[in-house]
Write a protein of this length. Structure first.
Length: 257
């Protein structure tokens, strides 16, 4: 029986070529609201290239990207963000010399409803909005148990907490689709377990669609509902975690390494 819902994310025959080299070819995926899907494969398989096409960093040379039914081909990165796509990176990208709270507040661009004069003269509208945004930011930080560190300089946080802060900032953009690029990279087992709890809390609370790239297979198998595997830019398997774990092609290309 076919699913007649509109996917939050859909790609159709998505692909990109760099100077004659095919990096990703015929990539097709559908993710619905509230789903958490994993994208795995060996290093160099094309996973981050897929993310770059899903965020406007790279322009596909073939196929389409649709967000909630809207075609985003040819849009710039800020237009992907405005449409509802948020992303974290393999290498943490925070405003290191700003506070934890400020890192989240800068992402609330959609929620600023005062003008330049309000800001200049500190009008009641300015203070009302600022208070509301601070409350929302602290609420997001509480998901990651960072609210008591709101006034810390971001660079002074431990590595695992910096990772969480990056995800909290992504949530502040009011996205429909969250792309997590190796969020557990560099984390110890305790931090990874805490991250798993946070990802589940995000999905349960916000009902957003999440696409996850990750090499920590215990995390992937525990948190993802479905998994798609690519190798040399081509999808070699799709299915439930238990199906992927037993798939001979996946074992040969990736899990057996």
């Amino acid at each position: 029986m076919s699913d007649e819902r509109t996917p939050i994310l859909e790609t159709r025959k998505l692909g990109i070529t760099f100077g004659g080299l095919v990096a990703v070819s015929d990539f097709n995926i559908k993710i619905f609201k509230g789903e958490l899907v994993g994208l795995i494969g060996p290093n160099g398989a094309g996973k981050t290239t897929v993310f770059n096409m899903l965020t406007g960093v790279y322009k596909p040379t073939e196929g389409s990207v649709l967000l909630d039914g809207q075609v985003l081909n040819g849009k710039k990165t800020h237009q992907f963000v405005a449409a509802g796509v948020a992303r974290t990176f393999q290498n943490i990208r925070l405003f290191k010399q700003m506070t934890v709270l400020e890192n989240v507040l800068v992402a609330f661009t959609k929620d600023i409803h005062y003008g330049m004069l309000d800001s200049l003269f500190r009008t009641p509208r300015y203070w009302k909005t600022e208070k509301e945004l601070k409350t929302k930011a602290l609420d997001l930080l509480s998901i990651f148990h960072l609210e008591d560190k709101a006034d810390y300089i971001a660079a002074n946080l431990p590595y695992g907490q910096q990772r969480k802060l990056e995800i909290a900032r992504a949530l502040a953009t009011d996205m429909k689709l969250l792309l997590l690029d190796e969020p557990a990279a560099g984390m110890n087992p305790t931090e990874t377990a805490e991250l798993l709890d946070c990802i589940n809390a995000i999905r349960n609370r916000f009902g957003i669609a999440i696409l996850l790239i990750e090499h920590d297979m215990s995390l992937v198998m525990n948190v993802c509902e479905r998994i798609q595997v690519i190798d040399y830019g081509v999808t070699i398997a799709k299915g439930l975690p238990e199906e992927i774990a037993k798939n001979p092609k996946v074992i040969a290309a990736y899990l057996g390494q």
